[in-house]
Structure formats: structure tokens, C-alpha cells
Ligand binder design. Sequence first.
Ligand code: ADP
Ligand code: MG
Length: 575
Amino acid sequence: MSQKQTLSFQAEVAQLLHLVTHSLYSNKEIFLRELVSNASDACDKLRFEALDNSALYEDSPNLEVRVSFDKEARTLTIADNGIGLSQQEAIDNLGTIAKSGTREFMNRLSGDQKADAQLIGQFGVGFYSGFIVADKITVESRRAGLKPEEGVRWVSGGAGDFEVEAITRPQRGTSVTLHLRDDALDYLSTWKLKSIIGKYSDHISLPILMQKEEWKEGVEGQPGEHVLTDEWEAVNKATALWSRPKKDITPEQYKEFYKTVSHDFDDPLAWSHNRVEGSTEYTQLLYVPARAPFDLWNRDKAAGVKLYVKRVFIMDDAEALLPSYLRFVKGVIDSADLPLNVSRELLQESRDVKAIREGNTRRVLGMLEDLAKAEKEEGASEEDKGKYAKFWAEFGAVLKEGLGEDFGNRERIAKLLRFASTQSDTPAVSLADYKARMKEGQEAIYYITADTQAAAAHSPQLEVFRKKGLEVLFMTDRVDEWALNYLQEFEGTPLQSVARGQVDLGKLQDEAEKKAVEEAAETFKPVLARLKEALKGKAEDVRVTTRLVDSPACLVAPEGGMSLQLARMLKQAGQ
Ligand code: ADP
Ligand code: MG
């Protein structure tokens, strides 16, 4: 006799379920995408575990997902022959929230029902989205490798708790049965289900099977109807999207695929899909998102590229496939060369991976260059023109890390940089734009570092530059100071901080001014000496300067010394 156990959901799950079931949702149908994607993940996991233990396939080596419904019982079932769940796994995985996507969703909740309901529609909340259309869900499962008697049944009405009991289940894998709510009975239709699967799950690489329908004439004056047959047919293309020729893939399909790999609900800004041939062969499908995730600043966070080897899923978040400064990129790499049993450690050392990483880096920089080019392209749509600025606002500060991290591509990265300046309130000035506007005789690219753009713009150190009409770039990202150590010049022109040492305006300084300074220095010698004495230990030197126009005095950092901004940052950090 099996014993039934009633267990409570983790508090967050209960909260989430409450929201799912009490909201009006604009996009109910996403539940099917979530459940099919779980089924597909489960098959991926089985295939992966079976690499070492082919007995796990038992007698059903063809992995597949079956979607079926029962009009009388008002149920819809999504079944797979993937890895399955043990009883403990069912309790753990279906009773708590472990995955980061759902966590993020929870963090973004505003408390405003309408807004939150929309968020659900766009986000998807995994398994629990089944409760959007069902008032009860029954999961039956057996983990691959366990005995038939070690199956599990999990049942919940989506309120505070769920029941589990042991069952006997000869077939491996999981079936999820939704007991549909009264307002969700329209999902009991082959046509409807097929169209949703086509929309969201066409790129899934397993066959998604449904029972074929047949038209049956009505007898004795009864109307005819569609009836289900025992024959199953695939209703998706069942080939991984990235393995199809580009020309057969629509932009909508690319976008939909992006949403599944990224857990993002916005469209991507750009993507690039290529089959790379040569000594290392692989397919890359890489996306630049439109929006930064909340944990972008965590450099240890999972990267967004999935690794496949010959269509077999190997791992999520393969950080070895891209340098850290491109960690915002999402997508898929499918290698033809790597061994199936490759581990994270092995990845770090593999020469093939190094080649893939370099290829990916080039490709992403290329995508960014294309976006940047569209900014100024005649005939480009307004949307395309705005894309690079959008990218820069979200990810610019991360890209700058590349200056210190990727010496080989430093020049390409430098060209992608954008800054606000004394001539642009928005970060729209590239170093090339700056150079094109340089004054006759100007020998350096001038910049100022500050905490904020306002602080930079009001700095007394800018006075003389303003007077002479010289543009000064504002460096206001935290990473700027560090990154600029790695960028001393741009296409032959040095970068120079206006807050450091003597500002040498070179040929821009006229003779009369130079003379005036020398004379003033002479006249004020006693004053300077006394000031120096008074500021002993606080200032290294006191000088007469031409850099000020209206302000009486300003602080500057010594040449080659630590900049004021950096000194301030270190002080803040308690150093
Ligand atoms: P995610 O898929 O992002 O991990 P879900 O809420 O969709 O989150 O699913 C939660 C967990 O439940 C999965 O990680 C998996 O462990 C388990 N699970 C869900 N569906 C299945 C299934 N069909 N087969 C095996 N395990 C499943
Ligand atoms: Mg899922």
C-alpha cells in the first residue's frame, strides 16, 4: 500500500500560485510553452545522463513529447519519456522555487495586479503556469533507472499544499495532466493546441506528437465531427532551430527562440547565426538583448550561452565560450568537435573552445559594429538608428571592461565607446567623432572623470577648455578610471585627463598667455611660498595656472599620480 503524504509549498511558491490563479492574464497560452519546454529539458537530461549509461534508455530510445486531451474528462496531458522524477525530486522541484528566472520574476512584482498579470504573460513562470488554466494538476513520473514501483504521483489544487504518493509506473518519464478550469476548455482542441505549439515550440528539437484527427460523418441526422485516432503525428518541425538553414527561419522564429533561451520577454536587439567551418566546426546563434538583467554586475553570474555537441545539450551558461565583458550575450553554440562528455574544467583548456570563444567574440563585436553603423546610415529606419544608443545605455559599461580584458580587440572596442561631453548631453560621442571635431593644433583627446555627469560639467577644471572651445569627454562610469588605464591613445592621439598635472594645451596656448603666467609666477612667488607652507602635507605643490577662467583655485592630481576620482573611490572603500 502506498502512503499518501500532504506537504506544504514553500512560502514563495504559495505566493506565486496565488498570483497565477487570481490574476486576469493576457497571455494564458504560454503555459503550454512552459510545460513543453520542461518535457524537452527532461529529454535533454536523459540523453546527457545516458552518455555514460545507455541502459537508462530502457526500451524507449526515441525521445518524444506527447500532447493529448480528453474532452469528457476535461483534461490536457503533456507527457515525455525523459529523465523523470523520483519522489524526492518531485517534492523538491515542484514544491520550491529554485530557478533564477522565477526568482527574478518574483523580484519584479509590483503589487499592482494588472501590471503583475501582464508580467506573468510575458515572463512565464515555469511549471506553475499550468495553474493559469488548471484548477488541479496531476503529475505522474518515474525516474530513468528506478524500478516501476518507484514511481510517484504528485497532485495539487494550486493552493497551499500538494500530495505525493508512490505509484507503479512501467514507463519512464513524466506526464503532467491539467484539469482545466471552466474558462479554459477551448484548449481541448487539436487545432488550437497545434497552433500554439507552432508558435512557441516549433524549434524544439524533439518531435511533439499529437493524435491525428479524422472527420466522422454524422449518422441519423446528427452533425459530423472530428474524432481522434490512435495514430500519432509530429506537429512541430522537430529540428533544432540553429541547425536549419538561415533562409528558412523567419525573424519571428528567431525572436521566439531567443525568448526561450534567454528567459527574457523583450525582443532581442540583434542576432547572428552562422555555421563556422574550418579547423574547428560549430554553429553559433548569438543574441544581443535589449535590456540588462538585474544581476549584470555580478561578474560570477551565469553566462547566457548554452553548449550543445552535435545537437545534444551539454550545459547551460558555458562561460568559457565568451569573455566576461560579453556576458550579456545569449544564445547557443553547437560544436561538431568537442567530446560529448566534456566538463566545465575541460572546456577551459580545450583548444577548440578557445577557437570558438575567439570566433564568438569577433562575431559579437561585428554585430555591435553593425548596430553602430546603422546609427548614421542614411535610409536606416528610426528604430535601427536608435539601437546602438539603446545597447550602449544598457551594456556600455560592461563592454568597457573589454579594454582591460581583451588586448587583441582593444581597438575594435575603443571604436565602440560612447561618451557624453561638453558638447553632448547624451553619451553619443565616439572617439572618432571627437577626433573629427578636434581644433587645429589640438594634440590630445581631453577627458574628465567624475561621479556624475553634472559634477563633470561643473568642474572648474573645464573652464579654459570651454573658453577655447575644446571638447572634453565626460567619464562618469565607475569602470572608466580602470578601463582608461588600458586606453592611452586612440588612432595615434593620446587621451589626456584635464584634471592631471599641468594641462599642456601645446600649440593652443598662445605666447601672450604663457608669458603672463611666467610673469604672474614671478610676482606671486612669495604668496605661492606661503600657501605651500600653509598647505604642507595637504598639497604637493601650489602653482599659478591658466586653466581657470572664473574660479579662483582648483585641485589637480599630480602627473602620473592617482587621479582625484580614483583617490575618492578608494577613500569611499575605506582604503
Ligand atoms: P525550470 O524548467 O526553469 O527549471 P520549472 O518551474 O519549469 O523551472 O520546473 C521546475 C523543475 O521541475 C525543473 O527544473 C525540473 O527539475 C522539474 N520538472 C518539471 N517538469 C519536468 C518534467 N517533465 N520531467 C522532469 N522534471 C521536470
Ligand atoms: Mg521550465
